[in-house]
Design a protein around this ligand. Structure first.
Ligand code: ARG
Length: 337
């Protein structure tokens, strides 16, 4: 009798533990978002004080996905962490003929390029979009494969990739970089990361300013302000967030402009949402498939039309398994309780 009671009570305990575990797993699935991407815990936790052109200094941990791409220890372009292995940047940054992976280094997890303890990684592959056109900057996107995996922490986080965002849904956008703060002064590149707020501009209106704008580009600026990216900011991200969701999404890659910071002249960015299938393909071919766990955006992004990139739904089968397991565990728990 006592032996049987202890067997049933241990089965009962096990059932309760399993029930608790299933509920916890279900809750984590139901949230739909992968906690890793687009977050900036240090920045969100600390006080936010507040110069790119007309910008201000970024805070520690404010853009944990931003990296500096360097050659001979000199910064020349920005880039973004998209998963443990891959950095997205602009093709025009790496186009100049004889650059090889061994010439490049990527500085991660800092807003200060003169910090004494910089984390630097090497690069093993450079993949430029094969249809990048220097003449009009169409398909200005490239990927760098790192020589070792990034260990994420509060200063190093991947950015979220939007599937098909509609610019009107963004509540706040920023561009950040270590580029020139004075449009015509090459020596104005500093070691402190700078940021400026941005507003995404209607494509039709922007094509009136830039008639050679392609559908792979988007424009962003700030009415009546000189806010803009400049030389040295290229390859870095234009990131946005929505009111409801405090995750950050990369919407654009700093690509080109007319001068820098000219009033009412927007900057032009590579429209990243057009390249999700490209990222998926290249990273698979290179044997380090893009970690779609991180790619998955929260449900606020309505896919527009049929050309929405088709990524495998991570966690799908797991969710169904848990959904089936839950009633079983409930039954067990009620029966034995
Ligand atoms: N092409 C420049 C670079 O290589 C970035 C230009 C961005 N210009 C602008 N006005 N938004 O760094």
């Amino acid at each position: 009798m006592t032996a049987l009671a202890s067997v049933t009570s241990s089965a009962n305990g096990e059932a309760k533990a399993m029930l608790l575990l299933s509920v916890l797993l279900l809750l984590s699935q139901a949230k739909g978002a992968h906690p890793e991407c687009g977050e900036r815990p240090i920045f969100e936790a600390g006080p936010q004080y507040s110069r790119i052109t007309e910008g201000m200094e970024a805070e520690v941990g404010e853009f944990p996905w931003l990296v500096s791409i360097q050659a001979g220890n000199e910064h020349f372009c920005g880039g973004t962490i998209i998963d443990e292995w891959w950095i997205v940047t602009a093709a025009h940054c790496l186009y100049s003929g004889d650059l090889e992976p061994k010439d490049l280094s990527v500085v991660l997890g800092t807003s200060d390029l003169q910090s004494p303890s910089l984390e630097i990684k090497g690069v093993t592959s450079i993949v430029l979009h094969k249809d990048f056109e220097r003449s009009n900057m169409n398909n200005d996107i490239a990927l760098l494969l790192l020589n070792s995996q990034i260990t994420f922490n509060d200063l190093k986080k991947p950015i979220c990739m939007p599937r098909q965002p509609s610019p009107s849904t963004w509540s706040e956008c920023w561009v950040a970089g270590w580029g020139q703060t004075e449009p015509d002064d090459k020596n104005s590149m500093g070691s402190d990361l700078m940021k400026v707020p941005m507003i995404i501009m209607d494509w039709q209106n922007c094509s009136k300013v830039f008639p050679n704008l392609t559908k792979n580009m988007l424009c962003a600026g700030y009415e009546n302000e000189n806010y803009d990216a400049c030389q040295g900011d290229s390859g870095g991200p234009l990131v946005c967030t929505t009111e409801s969701d405090k995750k950050w999404f990369q919407v654009g890659i700093v690509s080109w402009g007319r001068g820098c910071g000219m009033k009412n002249t927007p900057g032009v960015y590579t429209l990243l949402e057009n390249y999700s299938p490209w990222i998926k393909k290249v990273t698979e071919v290179q044997g380090r498939p893009y970690n779609s766990q991180i790619m998955r955006a929260p449900s606020m992004q309505k896919p527009k039309g049929s050309q929405a990139p088709k990524f495998p739904e991570p966690g799908g089968p797991r969710l169904w398994f848990l959904l089936c397991l839950l009633p079983y565990m409930l039954f067990q728990a009620i029966f034995y309780w």
